[in-house]
Design a protein around this ligand. Sequence first.
Ligand code: VGL
Ligand code: ZN
Length: 242
Amino acid sequence: MTESLTQRRTLLAGSASFLLLGTAGIPLYAGAATKPGAKSALIVVDVQNCFVSGGTLPVKDGEQVVPVINKLAPLFANVVVTQDWHTAGHASFASSYAGKKPFEMTKLGYGMQVLWPDHCVQGTGDAALHKDLALPTAQLVIRKGFRKDTDSYSAFTEADGKTTTGLAGYLKARAIDEVYVCGLATDFCVAWTALDARKAGFKASVIEDACRGIDLNGSLRAAWANMAKAGVKRIQSSDISA
Ligand code: VGL
Ligand code: ZN
């Protein structure tokens, strides 16, 4: 056997877990199987009408997460659901500012804010959970972004960086130390939730195929990089077993 072939064999053996490739040759599977336990919670982020086709801030293919999440949820003893839940005239809406358009930025008291189309207004059908989302075992619904002057992508901490939603306290009081995050959108509410979970001391994984992203000016790539740096695991729904 030539030396280069030996080296190649060794290399291949060393990367056995990366051999399942997607259509673009991108690894589909790079993690070990994981089994959620009594201390694990699934956090289902913002699977609401506003973020799917026909909604006010549709995420491309957003509705495709629904069957994936419905299949995952029974594998978890603890399930938490979130809803983006804004007031009318919310500070994150472009329509609240003269001369501002959706997807532009503005500076608010707590820092830079992306301005969005009006979306997920409290009590509207647009803010309701997707009708096919089937989470009969979910135990808590966290609503966020309900203060007119403050956005909240994260399910843990509002955009001012200090006001808590109470979620970390709830999970800790229930001895949960690990969260699996899925839903919409990967690069905003899912990523901010996973990053804040790490800050609050939880182990955190994001289930990639149970999420879809908005991808505004490279935000999806940046979100995955930030999450990797913070120790958030990037996994697939097929990595999770009962
Ligand atoms: C979200 C933008 C604005 C999200 C919420 O759920 O990711 N994105 N509000
Ligand atoms: Zn919002």
